[in-house]
Design a protein around this ligand. Structure first.
Ligand code: NAD
Ligand code: DAU
Length: 339
């Protein structure tokens, strides 16, 4: 049995990944290390709590003493680093915590993982480090790094550190960069769960600017299988882009949700645009397909239908989430946008 440290495993993608590893492998034990910020929710993992291969540790990735103690206690074979502040709009309100968690936290983990001699460190990054595209083309792994938001700048900083540890110390690192995820357990501050839950509550659906920004949607389960594949089959020092072949304008995503829920388009409210809003993201997945043999299994149409059903069936989950600290953030953010 090998031991895998998953940081940020109580968040959206991390919790789906912990479940995916426990369901699809027999040779991996998982330690989930998470600070349980506003975005971390152990309710996402109640179904795996009794699994003998699963352990939870509450800790801050940017706290070198706490992280050193955890690496002393357990011999980790692999690290997959999801822990991050992940929401672009929050990074515009308060960039400092993004630098602390995303940059310093990654450095603390790299230091400890290197000292412990882990076999592989996988950094979960994002296509946002490449900046924004015009109407044509797609991001490849060699596209220039041109982040535009404090969030993406902090993720790019982390990627550079990961690369530096590989290059300077010969430390075995892999970086994955994926497009926008959607699926079960996504915190309802992000576009898709926000629009589904607001529509179900009869609230307005705040669309930024003209709504014609394009994102390339990836189902979270596809993302999880890609990460596990990259962990097992990736080459040291390499970057792998992960996409869902599903580019769509935001307004079309919102309309699809309203149609599926049989709600009126009059719920759509155009609000002030996000400052510095990236216009278009698109992933060229050729390298990942050819070198790792991985492709997405979901279509956007199938994935969004399944996701809407999940939010319909888990109303208690998102109502509890929305009743917490998120309510203060929501009122502040959308009041500033004239909603
Ligand atoms: P999320 O916000 O849902 O979860 C983040 C998790 O990290 C939470 O459980 C939180 O408690 C934990 N965390 C935050 N600060 C921490 C700290 N200091 N120490 C320990 N744990 C801490 O985020 P997500 O959407 O699941 O994203 C996970 C990762 O994937 C992030 O690194 C993000 O940059 C990356 N990513 C996300 C997407 C997406 O569409 N959601 C796309 C590309 C990349
Ligand atoms: O591309 C990968 C990135 O995708 C990840 O690295 C980030 O962690 C993740 O949050 C996501 O970033 P985005 O900014 O693209 O996601 P978000 O869900 O916040 O917004 C998606 C699009 O929808 C974006 O163009 C902004 C728009 N939007 C968002 C919200 C919350 C709206 O129009 N209205 C909204 O209320």
């Amino acid at each position: 049995m090998k031991t895998l440290l998953v940081t940020g495993g109580a968040g959206f993608i991390g919790s789906n990944f912990v479940r995916h590893v426990l369901e699809t492998t027999e040779d991996l034990a998982v330690v989930n290390l998470d600070l349980l910020t506003y975005a971390g929710n152990l309710e996402n993992l109640t179904d795996v709590e009794g699994d003998a291969r699963y352990t939870f540790r509450k800790a801050d990735v940017a706290d070198p003493v706490a992280i050193a103690a955890i690496f002393e206690e357990t011999k980790f074979d692999y690290v997959v680093n999801f822990a991050a502040e992940s929401h672009v709009d929050r990074s515009i309100l308060d960039p400092g915590i993004f630098v602390r968690t995303n940059v310093m936290g990654t450095q603390v983990l790299l230091d400890r993982a290197k000292a412990a001699g882990v076999e592989r460190f996988l950094q979960v990054s994002t296509d946002e480090v490449y900046g924004s595209l015009g109407p044509e083309g797609a991001f490849t792994e060699s596209s220039p790094i041109q982040p535009n938001s404090p969030y993406s700048a902090s993720k790019a900083g982390a990627d550079h550190l990961v690369h530096a540890f590989g290059h300077t110390f010969g430390f075995p690192v892999v970086v994955t960069r994926c497009s926008n995820n959607y699926g079960p357990y996504q915190f309802p501050e992000k576009l898709i769960p926000l629009m589904i839950s607001n529509a179900l509550e009869g609230k307005s659906l705040p669309v930024y600017g003209d709504g014609k920004q394009i994102r390339d949607w990836l189902h979270v389960r596809d993302h999880c299988s890609a990460i596990l594949t990259a962990l097992r089959k990736g080459k040291d020092g390499e970057v792998y882009n992960i996409g869902g072949n599903a580019e769509m304008e935001n307004i079309r995503v919102v309309e699809l949700i309203l149609e599926a829920l049989d709600k009126p388009k009059s719920l759509i409210e155009y609000v002030t645009d996000r400052p510095g809003h990236d216009r278009r993201y698109a992933i060229d997945p050729t390298k990942t397909r050819e070198e790792l043999g991985w492709s997405p299994s979901y279509t956007f149409e199938g994935g969004i239908e399944e996701t809407i059903r999940w939010y319909l069936e888990h109303r208690d989950w998102w109502e509890r989430v929305k009743a917490g600290e998120y309510r203060n953030y929501y009122e502040r953010m959308y009041a500033d946008r004239g909603a």
